[in-house]
Design a protein around this ligand. Structure first.
Ligand code: PLP
Length: 376
């Protein structure tokens, strides 16, 4: 096995330097990971809200291995093993009508934008300040952060950005040519920003009046992360399209969108070589079955974090936790890693914790202790 030093040397010489990183993670089990030098960590990053069932959950490993022995790939020219099962499950957990798979969150965003355009016949989109929807050209066009969007302009989609939470701004931005309003129920990359339920009710009303589609991006917040299958379910608002990815297959690359009745791709309107392949769908079905069992515990675990971190005013929804710490974020992240806890800095000095949904009470207590030390 390579050491961290060896991995770093290869990375520096051969890999494009798009990331800043120090630690090499080589093994995981439950909420724990180990680096290439054998150091153990409690992982409150979880591949950024991806390893929902923990690292290498035995049910997920078995589903992937069993499927790999049968068939790794066949193409969407044929019916694909587990694809129908997973689509059924996604329809059930979203309350929508049909699903379609992608390989990532960004591709799910692109699919949702395409679906909105093709079914409404309209062109424009409304998105929100500090929102993040991916890095493909399409998904980047609705992603706000100027630093990651502007170097790649023009991006070819007419998008109006409105302040997150500003319903009056949405009203002004939407017109008769608006195909969709894309919104995160909680902004994750921005640092776990939770708007009031009335914001989503207002967007729904504006969509109903104008015929624009309400697209809710649950890539980070979905699949049980906030204590409900979808974070928008806390608000009782029913969107037209929901996108998801990250936690859907425990780390096997996969994304999906689901849409209400009447909104579907017709023949040849969309597709992908790899999306919804047998391994991804096997991992997805196993993941959703595990999440179904542990979902009621997620909110309880979130409250344990809230209580333990109360003096730092955390923003908590299930196991999605943000704490404003300002400039000290990188230093706190480093201190926690030294003490064996992985946390991550989202935008604007916000520390973000998105641990596996299987994190134990003892692990939460350890994280809380380390964070209290680092933050205090
Ligand atoms: N949408 C949201 C809300 C996200 O948080 C992300 C990634 O962080 C994406 C979309 C893009 O997903 P991916 O990185 O899988 O393309």
């Amino acid at each position: 096995m390579e050491t961290t030093k060896q991995m770093k040397a290869l990375d520096e010489r051969f890999y494009m330097p798009a990331f800043s990183r120090e630690i090499a993670i080589v093994k995981g089990e439950g909420s724990k990971v180990w680096d290439a030098d054998g150091k153990e960590y409690i992982d409150c990053v979880a591949g950024i809200a991806v390893c929902s069932t923990g690292h290498c959950h035995p049910d997920v490993v078995k589903a992937i291995c069993d499927q790999a022995r049968q068939l790794i790939h066949c193409s969407n020219l044929y019916y694909v093993p587990h694809q129908g099962d997973l689509a059924k499950k996604i329809v059930e957990v979203t309350g929508l009508h049909k699903a379609f798979f992608s390989n990532s969150g960004a591709e799910a965003t692109d699919g949702a934008l395409k679906l909105a355009r093709v079914r409404t016949g309209k062109k424009k989109f409304v998105a929100f300040t500090h929102g993040f929807h991916g890095r493909t050209i399409g998904s980047l066009a609705v992603t706000h952060k100027p630093g990651i969007r502007e170097p790649f302009e023009p991006l070819g989609l007419p998008v109006t950005f409105v302040d997150y939470g500003d319903l009056e701004g949405v009203k002004k931005a939407v017109d008769s040519d608006t195909a969709g309003i894309i919104v995160e129920p909680i902004q994750g990359e921005a640092g776990v920003i939770i708007p009031p339920d009335s914001f989503f009710k207002g967007i729904r009303e504006i969509c109903d009046k104008t015929g624009a589609l309400m697209i809710v991006d649950e890539v980070q917040t979905g699949m049980g992360r906030t204590g409900k299958w979808m974070a928008i379910q806390h608000t009782k608002v029913s969107p037209d399209i929901i996108t998801m990815a990250k936690g859907i297959a425990s780390g096997f690359p996969m994304g999906a969108l689901a849409a209400r009745e009447g909104l579907e791709f017709k023949k040849s309107e969309h597709g992908s070589t790899f999306a919804g392949g047998p391994l991804a769908c096997a991992a997805g079905v196993a993941t959703l079955n595990v999440i179904e069992k542990i979902l009621p515990e997620v909110a309880v675990k979130g409250e344990r974090f809230r209580k333990g971190l109360a003096k730092f005013n955390p923003r908590v929804r299930g196991l999605m936790i943000g704490i404003s710490v300002g400039d000290r974020c990188p230093e706190i992240q480093k201190k926690c890693a030294e003490q064996g806890v992985l946390v991550n800095c989202a935008a604007d000095g916000n520390l973000r914790l998105v641990p596996p949904l299987v994190i134990t009470d003892a692990e939460i207590d350890r994280v809380v202790k380390v964070l209290n030390g680092a933050l205090g």
